[in-house]
Design a protein around this ligand. Sequence first.
Ligand code: PLP
Length: 400
Amino acid sequence: MELLSKTLARVKPSPTIAVTSKAAELKAAGKDVIGLGAGEPDFDTPQNIKDAAIAAINSGKTKYTAVDGISELKQAICAKLKRDNDLDYIPAQVSVGTGGKQILYNALMATLNEGDEVVIPAPYWVSYPDMVLLAGGTPVIAEASLQTGFKLTPDQLEAAITDKTKWLIFNSPSNPTGAGYTREELKALTDVLMRHPHVWVMSDDMYEHLVYDDFEFCTPAQVEPQLYDRTLTVNGVSKAYAMTGWRIGYAAGPEKLIGAMRKVQSQSTSNPCSVSQWAAVEALNGTQDYIAPNNEMFARRRNMVVEMLNAAEGIRCPMPDGAFYVYPSIAGCIGKISAAGVKIDDDETFATALLEETGVAVVFGAAFGLSPNFRVSYATSDAQLKEACTRIQNFCAALT
Ligand code: PLP
């Protein structure tokens, strides 16, 4: 009998792993590698948050908690959703999990039956399609293009919806493109959803606080209050508060859905780490003062990276609104030969040759469902970014 399940066979291994392990291999062999693959801020968790965690440990808050979160954290989340998004939720409508990733997975596990479709705009965060597959659903990829700034148009959404559609997964600002939907653009999408009352929306707001140049973040339930009853608003503390390792994510939505997600979590992981939950209470209730200076730094880096990549031959790099990624097109490099004699057939060969020949590690676009592109994370020092972009420019200049 086959050991591994048929469900697992539907899921592909993470395409980013190949690049990451190659980078680690080259580094171990003594090569000067600059990693631009990380999906996390390069600054430390703020001290007030660490202090709250230490206080939680010292006061014995180290035992099991309620499965989907302590009430203090649920209240902090409700206050945050009111303060930042003008959304009214009560703690019974809130679920806390081990990262936004678990929350998204719980929601899909709790709702998908075989044959249910989930519309995922591409480029997408790598985990969405595979999570849908693991939960037994069918991902329906709706490809956005460079011409629309990697944003899905209402017509594309309309065309992707069928009788079997259960969810739209919406992510703004986006990983991997950094693209953010304006209020008008989002309203145009929610108007489409209003015409299809059987479709729910899972809004992944993970990069809410990482927006630049006065970009106004907005989320579906806020833009279209009539969608409130079929929206799951997902967020977390990983990105804005540099808390990726603490593993706290959360969501707010209809009680029936939140209860079903609690059931999934109760039979899998139980509560997220008690100490991390207390740290997250401080993250949400405490000072938010460091977000603005961090964003200034990210915006400065983004500007430098976009300018330097646009100066590279064959690369076109749009200016994103948020997150800490850029997603340049390498259409102008396809078919050329690198200095070491490698033919650039697609974005995967580009990323591999770039790593082997210059030591710069990026993630190729096929991993995110839109090619030929690559993703750069600029959550690294100015000096490293400058050096990496210079190497990319030299690599492109040497293509023949
Ligand atoms: N959603 C998006 C778009 C992400 O980029 C990530 C992390 O990279 C997550 C969700 C999950 O974040 P976490 O599980 O750390 O809360």
